[in-house]
Ligand binder design. Structure first.
Ligand code: G3P
Length: 214
């Protein structure tokens, strides 16, 4: 399973990179806005740090505008993945990207029928948002199960990139379902290895070690 970090913050990317778990990066307009920096500058910096897929989201809502942004970002580096919203104009842009060999991540997926269409067109990744479904009392992980089943049934090659992950259990469930990728906020990456018994155990070992003659 690949781990991406869901951020546009360079320090968070470096932190996850140092932990040795980082396979790629996803950004979105809200995450970029938090940095207060120009997106192109941020992207150019990220591609120097991470040697893996880096999602850059288009903000146009018409196919032509999306393609202008897509070609522009894709020219920055081979690792750039064009993130496209799951709307009709976006699907037309997706088809053009597929034909031109531009790698894609179709975002804002909230139901299985959307994922099936995206898979048929041939996106590289689809991003179902599990946390935002949970927020409205719909089981987000059930969507991952449905998409995995459908993609497996028909041998669809689009990778399932679980997004809007809020806590470690989302990741564990996604891994048990065989999701290809999880994109995680830095907080969740850090939570993954936290266990109170680990901390208590270490404290006890270090205390006992003080009794060992030196
Ligand atoms: O990057 C897309 C997704 O992961 C956003 O997550 O927490 O804003 O729902 P969230």
């Amino acid at each position: 399973m690949k781990f991406f970090i869901d951020t546009a913050d360079i320090n968070e990317i470096k932190e996850a990179q140092a932990m040795g778990v980082l396979d790629g990066v996803t950004t979105n307009p809200s995450l970029v806005a938090k940095t207060g920096r120009k997106f192109r500058e941020v992207l150019e910096e990220i591609v120097q740090i991470v040697n893996g897929p880096i999602s850059a989201e288009v903000v146009s809502t018409d196919t032509q505008g999306m393609m202008k942004e897509a070609r522009d970002y894709a020219a920055i580096h081979d690792n750039i993945i064009i993130k496209i919203p799951l709307i009709l104009e976006g699907l037309k842009a997706l088809k053009i990207c597929v034909d031109e060999g531009i790698k894609t991540n179709v975002t804002l997926c909230f139901q299985a029928s959307q994922a099936l269409v995206v898979g048929k067109i041939g996106a590289t990744y689809v991003s179902p948002f599990v946390g935002r479904l949970d927020d409205i009392s719909v089981n987000g992980m059930e969507l991952i199960h449905q998409i995995k089943t459908i993609y497996d049934n028909y041998g669809i090659g689009t990778q399932v990139l679980v997004a809007s992950i809020r806590h470690p259990l989302h990741l564990v469930e996604a891994a048990m379902m065989g999701a290809d990728v999880a994109t995680l906020p830095i907080k969740v990456i850090q939570q993954l290895i936290k266990h109170p018994l680990t901390d208590i155990g270490l404290e006890r070992f270090l205390k006992d070690w003080e009794q060992v003659p030196r």
